[in-house]
Design a binder for this molecule. Structure first.
Ligand code: URA
Length: 212
């Protein structure tokens, strides 16, 4: 797995406010959206394009446009929803699929509870968005699932990642065929005994949407 830590000063600045416990939900949502747009810029560096002929007012020229099939953005419910808007702002023609996954708080293992994805992902570039790469269980499961359906390549976008989660996803994706890339805003120190990223930002879903 290729890991890209997009540690641009603007990203680290916004992440700092996101981490701050005093940041309220509306501000958290806005910052998360802004951050995703910056991360999406990095994550879409290899998006597939094709030549596109146009005429400027002065002369004909050949530019590029996104190739078909269009990219697929997959937010992992529920916290990944907070990253969807920022992602599709940069990729307005992308399709969106959903995967509902949560971790069992006792075993810390991922469980799928919702799935709304095309059956056939042959040739599709897939962008999976989930704010926190913690134990890696959810992301590993999502990637395996997308690879089984034929995704051409899979790019995961996270705001924060733990070294343990990166190692787990690396291990789990060693034998799958599509290339996997992780684009993240920061790699933090470690996971605590409850599976939270340290220093992290707490529970991303709760901070985005409140405790439900
Ligand atoms: N999920 C979160 O929302 N926060 C963490 O720190 C780890 C997993």
């Amino acid at each position: 797995m290729r890991v890209i830590v997009a540690d641009h000063p603007l990203i680290t600045h916004k992440l700092t406010y996101l981490r701050d416990e005093r940041t309220d939900s509306p501000t958290f949502r806005r910052l998360a959206e802004e951050l995703v747009t910056l991360l999406a810029y990095e994550a879409t560096r290899d998006v597939r394009t094709e030549p596109f002929s146009i005429n400027t007012p002065v002369a004909p020229t050949v530019g590029i446009k996104l190739a078909n099939p269009k990219p697929l953005v997959v937010p992992i419910l529920r916290a990944g929803l907070g990253m969807l808007e920022g992602m599709v702002r940069l990729l307005p023609s992308a399709e969106v699929g959903f995967l509902g996954m949560m971790r069992n708080e006792e075993t810390l293992e991922a469980v799928t509870y919702a799935n709304r994805l095309p059956d056939d992902l042959s040739g599709r570039q897939v962008y999976v968005v989930d704010p926190m790469l913690a134990t890696g269980g959810t992301l590993a499961m999502a990637i395996e699932y997308l690879a089984e359906r034929g995704a051409r390549d899979i790019t995961c976008v996270t705001l924060l990642s733990a070294p343990e989660g990166i190692a787990a996803v690396e291990q789990a994706t060693r034998t799958i065929s599509p290339p996997v890339t992780l684009v993240t805003g920061a790699v933090d120190e470690r996971l605590n005994e409850h599976g939270y990223i340290v220093p992290g930002l707490g529970d991303a879903g709760d901070r985005l949407y409140g405790v439900v």
